[in-house]
Design a protein. Sequence first.
Length: 114
Amino acid sequence: MADINPRAVELARINCVQNSAPCECLISDGFEMIQDTFDYVITNPPIRTGKKNIYGMFESAYRHLNQDGELIAVIRRKQGAESAVKKFQEIFGNCTILERDRGFWVIQGRKLTD
């Protein structure tokens, strides 16, 4: 788990311990401090930082996914879910809306094998 906010990282560590969930938590601005690749990247992106920043995060996530890996994001419809679907289509060549509930969309892009 990564966040730029040290307090968020500390709370994540506490939650992992309390829930016996093995995880690594680190302070990082996006993927700045992360070299690994993953099967899943899951985010509730900081929408208020702007589309340029958010879309950059989506593109970085793509580069950090293993083949068949998935980026899953939770975004409110009124804060850009529909345009995020289009961006996922552009980056991944696909996008699935996994859930829509009370204005929140859960969207998924899968890095397909070549």
